[in-house]
Design a protein around this ligand. Sequence first.
Ligand SMILES: C[S@@+](CC[C@H](N)C(=O)[O-])C[C@H]1O[C@@H](n2cnc3c(N)ncnc32)[C@H](O)[C@@H]1O
Length: 202
Amino acid sequence: MHTHHAFIAPAAERNKQPILTALAPRLPSAGVILEVASGTGQHTAFFAAHLPALTFQPTEADPARLPIISAFIAEAGVTNTLSPAHLDAAANPWPLPGPFAAAFCANMIHITPWACAQGLFANIGRLRVPLFLYGPFRFHGAFTAPSNAAFDDSLRARDPAWGVRDIDDLSALALAASLHLSEAVEMPNNNHLLVWHPTLTP
Ligand SMILES: C[S@@+](CC[C@H](N)C(=O)[O-])C[C@H]1O[C@@H](n2cnc3c(N)ncnc32)[C@H](O)[C@@H]1O
């Protein structure tokens, strides 16, 4: 019985291969990759299957999703994953032991309050690892497509604290956390993979 199939996220099915293609050459070659807001776990399960030299740590704020993540991992038959952990991205500091080699977060910061973006950058800055942030973004006040502007409107209508985030606002969080935007990789459907790296400090 694969009851977790009721929870398949269509977006994650569509974007997991393009994200893997973009991530693979940019991720560290060893270590634990922390995933924030894993959702169903489809990304962690898929990446773990294709990147056997790495270990993946899925996390979620919604405790009901933890067994779903475990089910997708079990179905993928991978062993290079750690047990899904509870994590509220807005927590400061995060209660995770680590160490981590990098962090990945897809489609979270537009659909959560700004405090989650703040928590994400503050904690990743403290961990001093690269952050791979996937989703729709605004660039210096401009949407990359009308569909993203419409999506932003629909998000704000659902919750005024949500919305497509601007890379200028994210760069301000990054600066405070000693991170900087090193790459904005164009992805299908007007999404981007933003690569943030720790800034060298004397
Ligand atoms: C649109 S889903 C994306 C899930 C997955 N990353 C993907 O791309 O399929 C947003 C996720 O953010 C999670 N979330 C909401 N609030 C959160 C928080 N404070 N900290 C971490 N995750 C949170 C939700 O439970 C949900 O799984």
